[in-house]
Design a protein around this ligand. Sequence first.
Ligand code: FE2
Ligand code: FE2
Length: 387
Amino acid sequence: MTVSASVDKLLQLIEFGIHISGIKELKQLMEKVLKTAQDLTYAKMAVFYLVTDDSLELVARRNTHTFHIPDNFHEKKLIPISPNRLAGFCVLNSKIVNISAADRQGLVDTYDLEHELGLLNLQLFHSMLLVPLINQNRKILGVLQLIDSTNNEGDFIPFSESIIPVMESLASQSAVAIQNAQLSRDITSTYYETIFRLSLAAECRDKETANHIFRVSSYSKIIARYAGFTKSFQDMIQYSSPMHDVGKLGIPDSILFKTGKLTPEERILMQSHTEIGWKIFEGSDYEILQMAGRVALSHHEKYDGSGYPKGLKGNIIPVEGRIVAIADVFDALCSIRRYKFSFPTDQVFMNLKSETGHHFDPILLNAFFMGLEEILEVKKKYTVSES
Ligand SMILES: [Fe+2]
Ligand SMILES: [Fe+2]
């Protein structure tokens, strides 16, 4: 490598380090790692594997310009971490494997090349570089596979030995960033599961189901998207809407499970689940929990002011409450509840439409109907026998 080429690669590495430290999303991170690895080595293809239990899982692939994440079962590839696999060898020995076309034939006897990694036809590769992703505790998180290095003329050449230290540096920076992204993903999943379980505790008291919570959460997100809200608002409403009835935890069993008609006093008590929900989240410093409080308080308000607990009207009702009201009523009308059987879908749509401007915000109801196809997909997927 010439001095200017070395400096150039060093600058690319520094830029890479600065860039990835700010990326928390795993998919985005993998794309950046694969692209930089290709830019540094002029490889035609780059593949990302993560260690899962005793295997390596193909999690992302990048051809010259296109990035791809396997999203169905058939595309997912699991490679056992064993010494007769090149990637397995790379993991077990914690070292880079550099193979040229000349080496290829010699490898056939030792390695199970037929089933090796992401290559469709192994006999066609010209060169391959396997780089283990090792974190600061010497733990291997995955493998970066680069295929077919080229020169300026586009001819296939072996991966240069001088690129190895550069790739080692890229791999160790990537391993730390991936570890952080996985941690942040775990925190988000734990958080969502906690919310979900808390919501379920409340809904179980009302003989509701986990699917109801999931559907309302998904419908709310779809409505928000079709109404033009930002991705972060959509995520916030997805995570806060499951808690709309969490205040039912504070309603006595004698009222919650009463089979006959509620007395006016009991009705007022029942309606107080909105304010109890608000009190649970009041004063939280976290935006999602603040939104959960607003949703809990306002999901029974009606656009024309005839709802409860405050009788708020129109746009004075927090928008998240107006969205969840549509999602929750739609799901209630479609589901079998204690006192009634579900309505046919056509009748549900007519009921919703007849409430535009009365119970529901017309613009948001319009967004609901714009997203109807997706809403019905969620309904189909998350409706099991609830009898
Ligand atoms: Fe409610
Ligand atoms: Fe509900």
